[in-house]
Write a protein that binds this ligand. Structure first.
Ligand code: SF4
Length: 680
């Protein structure tokens, strides 16, 4: 059987169909897995890319011995793969005589319950007394007796993060094989099963956490693998920057204080910390000294970093930083006291808690000095992030200090890609007009050494965009930066008129919360008059899932969204037939990390706008555009209210990257009748 016949057997019991683009993709993946190398596949909406990689991946693992690691960015996709797509593929492959394949879903360590820590928390319930913890802990124990997964997400009721923090699996407090519950430990048994699985499903955060551990020569979480498939791969470079750096936050310092010596007298039952369970002379003073030192440190560093203004998300670490000893000294004192506590512990369990917490203190001092000493030299950007809540109260304080690698691409290439035989990257948005240069550069795969090993493939979408979409480009819109006020007024007028035509059924995508609020306030009365429900991201305290549920159920609603609504949102049918994109999604606000990266590109003789800002924005626009057509029967309109696509030299790059569709240039304000007709 060839790949397309096999794919047919995967989807034969479903309403899904096998498509030529899917066959092309599966064949290319099969070849890459056989020969080794890197393959980047851009697969448009509706290709059914998960089957196109799961089938060859499982077959490869059965023939060669696993495991194949499949990594996704979102939980939604992970669940779809594990619950829906994988069972179909496993069933189809089971008839091929290759044996039975196994697959496992693995999460980050902190997602798993530690049976030992739960038992200890229950035993110390009276003393440990996490506010209201008694109820939670007993319920969690009952659930854990029958839970197969033992993860936070599988808990059928909510658990406060402070409670979970005391009972989750964590490397500092783990006895490993010496633990009495090691054999039934949720985390370790998942890890053991992963070692023998043909396919391990993870998310990018876990993939990168595993990489960070291995880079530090610590044992990773994942077993060795030769094949890696990265779906939603366009997220990997930015996430690598985030996860391969290091940070110290004020909230983790305060968490440590609470763990050691809970001091909130108002708390029900007078919650107590580790030093109350294991009293040591001088512990209270040492913890309070550390608490004050940490608060002073983050205030001082915040004040000196944010001298110039307080509008950015991040500032450069100032040249003069507070003396690290102010924090390090009390932390060392606490470590010594924890050592005493460990020695006089009444049980092995309590001793382990003290040892684990001592290790946490040691790691905190080490990370702090790493960042303040700029230990990674010019390879990293050292930043201070402000505490947004404090800013709202009119105070200036830092929330965190971070060291962020400037060039995550070289870390990915050296530490991840060089050790894996075959890697497949796939997403609906990897190329800019079929050019994969930006993505290759972001992964450090643009050098001549890699030229032979990296293959690319763009398979497009099976949907007929020419018939299904009309793109409106109003030429008369003012420049969004140079004539901002006028531009926003025009956006408001267009949005009102467009929503009147479509009677809701629309997404309006923004690049900033401020503009979203301005436009929503201005259009709300008109929409109220027309009985159109306006849903605005961040209002009413509704999360994305709730907003989407209401949007899908109320056919005459409109949803205003920023960031997370540009991608991963699937609303097929009439409910979403009008998409308005306000501004081109260039990265904002620019911070020290972007500036430092751009400076580095310039040093390399590259133009940051061309090699980074522009392609990033193009990929994001493609994601936003992709919200409209989710099935072969969907029809609708997209309006792009940023005139720069037609007025700027580089504007065509955006238009060329979109699927070919009917394009209408509007020379005067207003909605043409055609817009209404298209949606009928
Ligand atoms: S093995 Fe480690 S993580 Fe598992 S229950 Fe024991 S202490 Fe907790």
């Amino acid at each position: 059987m060839n790949v397309s016949q096999k794919l047919l057997s995967v989807v034969k019991d479903t309403v899904l169909e096998n498509r030529p683009q899917q066959n092309l993709m599966a064949t290319a993946i099969e070849e890459t897995l056989e020969k080794g190398g890197f393959l980047m596949v851009e697969a448009g909406t509706g290709v059914g890319k998960s089957f196109a990689y799961l089938l060859p991946a499982i077959e490869h693992a059965l023939k060669n011995g696993g495991p194949v690691v499949v990594s996704t960015h979102t939980l939604n996709l992970q669940e779809q793969l594990f619950q829906k797509d994988l069972p179909l593929v496993l069933k189809a492959v089971s008839g091929e005589g290759l044996g039975t394949a196994s697959a496992i879903l693995m999460k980050g360590r902190g997602n798993y319950l530690s049976r030992r820590r739960l038992k200890m928390a229950l035993e110390n319930n009276q003393q440990m007394d996490i506010e209201g913890g008694e109820v939670d802990l007993v319920k969690i124990q009952e659930w854990s007796l029958n839970s197969a997964e033992g993860t936070l997400a599988a808990l059928p009721f909510p658990v406060r993060s402070e409670v979970w923090g005391e009972i989750k699996s964590d490397p500092y407090h783990c006895l490993g094989s010496k633990c009495a519950t090691y054999d039934t430990c949720f985390f370790h048994s998942t890890r053991r099963r992963a070692g023998g699985a043909h396919l391990i499903l993870v998310n990018h955060a876990l993939l990168l956490a595993d990489l960070a551990l291995k880079m530090d020569e610590a044992p990773g979480v994942l077993p060795h693998y030769d094949v890696l498939i990265v779906d939603e791969a366009h997220h990997l470079p930015a996430l690598a920057t985030e996860h391969l750096g290091t940070s110290v936050t004020l909230s983790e310092c305060m968490g440590l204080v609470r763990k050691l010596l809970y001091t909130d007298e108002k708390a029900v039952g007078g919650r107590k910390g580790l030093f109350t369970l294991m009293p040591v002379a001088g512990a209270g003073e040492a913890v309070m000294e550390f608490k004050e030192a940490a608060e002073d440190f983050f205030t001082e560093i915040g004040l000196s970093a944010m001298k110039s203004s307080a509008v950015n998300r991040a500032y450069l670490l100032p040249a003069e930083t507070p003396d690290i000893e102010k924090i390090a000294q009390p932390l060392r004192k606490i470590q010594a006291l924890l050592e005493l506590a460990e020695r006089s512990a009444t049980s092995e369990e309590m001793g382990l808690e003290a040892r684990g917490t001592r290790e946490e203190c040691r790691a905190l001092v080490s990370t702090l000095s790493h960042i303040l000493d700029r230990a990674w030299g010019e390879e990293s950007c050292y930043v201070v992030e402000p505490d947004a809540n404090a800013l709202r109260r009119g105070e200036v304080k830092a929330a965190s200090i971070k060291a962020i690698p400037l060039d995550a691409s070289s870390l990915i290439r050296e530490h991840l890609l060089s050790s894996v035989k075959s890697v497949i990257f796939t997403s609906a948005t990897l190329s800019v007009g079929n050019d994969f240069g930006y993505f290759k550069h972001a992964l450090g795969l643009d050098g001549s050494d890699e030229a032979d090993r990296v293959k690319t493939l763009a398979v497009g979408s099976p949907f007929n965009f020419k018939k299904q979409v009309t793109l409106f480009l109003p030429r008369s819109m003012p420049h969004p930066r140079r004539e901002e006020e006028k531009y926003i007024r025009e956006v408001i007028e267009y949005t009102k008129a467009s929503l009147k035509h479509s009677h809701g059924k629309a997404f309006v995508l923004f690049t900033s919360n401020k503009m979203m609020r301005q436009v929503s306030e201005a259009v709300r009365p008109t929409l109220d008059d027309m009985k159109i429900t306006l849903l605005v991201q961040g209002e009413d305290g509704w999360d994305r899932t709730k907003l989407l549920k209401v949007f899908r159920e109320d056919i005459n609603s409109v949803l205003f969204g920023v960031n997370s609504f540009w991608e991963g949102v699937d609303v097929p049918g009439e409910a979403l037939s009008n998409l308005i994109i306000t501004k081109l999604p260039f990265q904002v606000p620019e911070g020290p990390l972007v500036e430092a990266r751009h400076a580095r590109l310039k040093e390399q003789g590259l133009e940051p706008f061309q090699v980074e800002s522009l392609p990033e924005a193009v990929l994001r626009l493609k994601q936003g555009f992709g919200r409209l057509i989710r099935s072969a029967t969907d029809v609708g309109t997209v309006t792009l209210l940023d005139p720069r696509v037609t007025t700027e030299r580089w504007g065509r790059v955006f238009l060329n990257a979109l699927p070919e569709c009917e394009t209408v240039y509007l020379s005067k304000p207003g909605i043409p009748e055609k817009a209404a007709a298209r949606r009928r």
